[in-house]
Design a protein around this ligand. Structure first.
Ligand code: ACO
Length: 432
């Protein structure tokens, strides 16, 4: 017999609501019939307690600092896997065989060019345009080139659309950078692996040979793995919400990119670096900025600190922190901001305000320092996050479309505006 929860509402008979148990023992009360049975809705601003779906893509336990993709711990994937393999895992639910991985890589190489006409789009953006808005516009424009991408049809065509998205997003990202610095576009090269191909498009110039540094490729691969999915976060939920209207996968992903851009979500990685630079320029006065972050009258927050779900530690931050040491050592980079970040973490973690609120460094706290060390400019940090998160978005989109319980996303509200009143002709109105 399945569990139920009993809800007693004023003036009504008790209502039995099904209790759902996930494969890791987590519990939910199924309220999908609540309004039909009682006339009540649930109210949960920011969806702090609301499960929007059942999913088998990613498991995380914020109290224990656990993150697993398709059951595999993030620590093991970070140690042993590659970004392309992790993308395959998220999309297909199982690690690929050698043949499957080779085929997937071939598929990604085959689709890496963008239509030549799309190159002209870059000219339309102002030189100050943030690369995230360019990325989102270009990704949504892809649906103009692939007619089979529209609506429901794109579910059947998902294999090819996934390859297109994953292959072309790299090219678009690198071209938007080249455009911003006035250098010619460097085309993708099939012989290069996923991350090396991207780095080549970013940093090669036609005038001289460019060798992709394997240590930099490895560091980028790790960062993309760590960002590849994070269950129902703001951008993944956006992708699902938009996709639930049967919008095509390109449009859905483009919306996810814009949601990710916000400084409280993926945009935090750029803000962290700006914050560290500001503190450094201000004489490394950590106490002043920790004080400011705690001041309820100030807008200042410690960027890269805190998480809706992680209330112990973010396992991705732990991996990135040690990768930071390794990568900077290997590349011989001595960045005062790394030392500052470490000290800031120490000061914050011994401060009652942060301890009480369970605020720990999140994935964005150290990632910017590695990006900077490997030559990625600050305004491209969130674009890098988007490159990493793409397979997760597509896996979530695919799962949503395959779930027979999926309905168009349409929350309700509690209305607290004016009650009914009569229209007033303009000559009789008084300024309110
Ligand atoms: N610095 C200072 N105080 C903070 C911080 C912070 N970074 N984060 C949360 N708090 C405080 C809040 O002011 C609040 O205090 P109060 O209880 O006295 O009002 C309390 O901690 C709870 O914070 P909420 O904003 O309610 O927590 P929520 O779960 O809604 O927000 C979020 C999570 C958005 C990540 C928040 O911690 C934050 O703004 N962090 C900085 C931005 C950031 O790093 N974002 C990246 C997140 S990871 C990602 O998206 C990839």
């Amino acid at each position: 017999m399945s569990d139920t929860a009993t809800l007693q509402l004023p003036g009504q008979e008790p209502v039995e609501l099904p209790v759902i148990t996930g494969s890791e023992g987590e519990k939910a009360i199924d309220v999908s019939k609540l309004r039909a049975k009682t006339g009540y809705i649930t109210l949960d601003p920011g969806y702090v307690n609301t499960g929007s779906c059942s999913s088998s893509v990613t498991f995380l336990d914020g109290e224990k600092g656990i993150l697993r993709y398709r059951g595999y711990p993030i620590e093991q994937l970070a140690e042993n896997s590659s970004f392309v393999e992790v993308a395959y895992l998220l999309l297909h639910g199982a690690l690929p065989t050698t043949q499957q991985l080779d085929d997937f890589n071939d598929h990604l190489s085959k689709h890496s060019l963008i239509h030549e006409d799309m190159k002209h789009f870059f000219e339309g953006f102002s030189t100050t345009a943030h690369p995230m808005v360019i990325l989102s516009s270009m990704v949504s424009s892809l649906s103009a080139y692939y007619s089979e991408a529209s609506g429901a049809a794109s579910v059947d065509q998902l294999e090819v659309n996934t390859a297109r998205l994953m292959a072309k997003i790299r090219t678009i990202a690198a071209f938007s950078y080249k455009k911003s610095i006035g250098q010619p576009f460097i085309y993708p090269q099939d012989k290069l692996a996923y991350c090396a191909n991207f780095l080549n498009m970013m940093f090669a110039v036609p005038a001289e040979p460019y060798e992709v540094d394997p240590e930099i490729t490895k560091a980028l691969d790790l960062l993309l793995i760590l960002h590849a999915d994070h269950e129902q976060n703001c951008s993944a939920s956006t992708v699902r919400v938009v996709g639930s209207s049967m919008a095509n996968v390109y449009a859905s992903v483009a919306s996810g990119i814009l949601a990710l851009w916000g400084p409280l979500h993926g945009g935090a990685n750029q803000q962290v670096l700006r914050m560290l630079e500001r503190i450094h320029a201000d004489g490394d006065d950590l106490d002043k900025y920790v004080r400011l972050a705690k001041d309820p009258d100030s807008d200042f927050r410690l960027m890269g600190f805190g998480h809706r779900v992680y209330k112990n530690f973010d396992p991705r931050a732990t991996i990135i922190k040690s990768a930071c040491d390794r990568v900077l050592n290997l590349l011989g980079v001595d960045d005062p901001l790394l030392d500052l970040a470490r000290r800031l973490e120490e000061v914050a973690l011994s401060d009652e305000y942060f301890v009480e609120r369970k605020l720990y460094p999140n994935v964005d706290f150290y990632s910017g320092i590695i990006y900077r060390a490997i030559g990625i400019p600050e305004n491209m940090f969130t674009v890098m996050f988007a490159l990493g998160r793409l397979p997760g978005w597509i896996a979530q989109w695919k799962e949503m479309h395959q779930d027979p319980k999926t309905k168009i996303a349409r929350p309700r509200q509690i209305y607290n505006g004016e009650t009914a009143r009569d229209y007033v002709p303009i000559e009789k109105r008084v300024a309110g």
